[in-house]
Design a protein around this ligand. Structure first.
Ligand SMILES: [Fe+2]
Ligand SMILES: [Fe+2]
Length: 151
């Protein structure tokens, strides 16, 4: 009988480096994106280290979930204030990603986290979050232009 789940390659994908081409034009959101990418890299480094304890992985994942919540809620409020027409889909994409992350967190708590699955999820999420979800709506993430009155 053919094995249903052939051994998967344990190759860890790289987390993208932030560069000005990934800027969404809002300083705080850019700062949060940079933090998320850094936290993602920290977690990937742990996942590549066989000696990393489940506790260490759990703590690193918790940091990402916390930062993702903060980031999603700020980003959604800015998109809403600027009348983004695809806000509902954007919120849904955030929710889906957060659900996947919290499922991994629960698995880590239960002690049955599959590390290659977590590294794939983190790499995919970080690879798509900014370039495919955020940049297309960056016109709705602009910094408020209150300063204009001062001119
Ligand atoms: Fe987003
Ligand atoms: Fe974002």
């Amino acid at each position: 009988m053919q094995p249903k789940n052939p051994p998967k390659q344990h190759r860890v994908k790289a987390i993208p480096q932030w560069s000005p081409s990934l800027s969404v034009g809002h300083a705080k959101l850019d700062e949060q994106h940079i933090t998320l990418l850094e936290l993602g890299r920290d977690l990937m480094r742990l996942l590549e280290t066989d000696a990393a304890s489940n506790e260490q992985v759990h703590v690193a994942l918790e940091d990402i979930v916390r930062q993702a919540r903060l980031h999603d809620s700020l980003e959604e409020s800015i998109l809403e204030a600027n009348g983004c027409p695809t806000l509902a889909e954007h919120k849904q994409a955030h929710q889906t990603a957060r659900n996947e992350l919290t499922n991994m967190l629960s698995a880590a708590l239960r002690g049955d986290l599959v590390r290659p699955e977590l590294s794939r999820l983190i790499a995919d999420w970080m690879g798509h979050h900014i370039s495919e979800n955020d940049l297309p709506v960056k016109d709705y993430m602009k910094q408020p232009t209150k300063a204009r009155a001062a001119n």
